[in-house]
Design a protein around this ligand. Sequence first.
Ligand code: TYD
Length: 138
Amino acid sequence: MTDALPKGCRLIPLASRGDERGSLVAIEGTSDVPFDIARVYYVFGTTAGVTRGRHAHRALNQLAVAVAGSCTMLLDDGASRVEVRLDDPETGLTLGPMIWREMSDFSPDFVLLVLADAAYDEADYIRDYAQFLALARA
Ligand code: TYD
């Protein structure tokens, strides 16, 4: 069993409308995602052995779905750390503000789809772990 996820992080089921031809998941703003979708990006072709992420966001909300393959997502709220294996295209992981995340152990076919509630803004990133801890514990 996965340990309790930090506040703002939740695994949510995504309804699959599959039939004998295969599977299809549709994600619609507000009904399936707990925020308005302003940006979509995806991560693929990940180099074996690397770690991605290693940052937190001050205000951004995201929903991440491993649409192919798998990776391990470490979630850290400044008080505790939990690891979640993302390996299911029918499950999304919400990531709220002030969650340090690190992704590793990527399968070669890994594709991560991410929905976000704001445009890319480097000023929203906290990329220094010591700074993150200081802000999270303030
Ligand atoms: P980065 O945040 O380092 O990726 P990850 O968290 O997966 O390790 O982003 C990689 C590069 O892409 C970096 O130069 C910022 C840029 N980028 C954008 O331009 N727009 C985006 O929406 C995202 C997520 C990243």
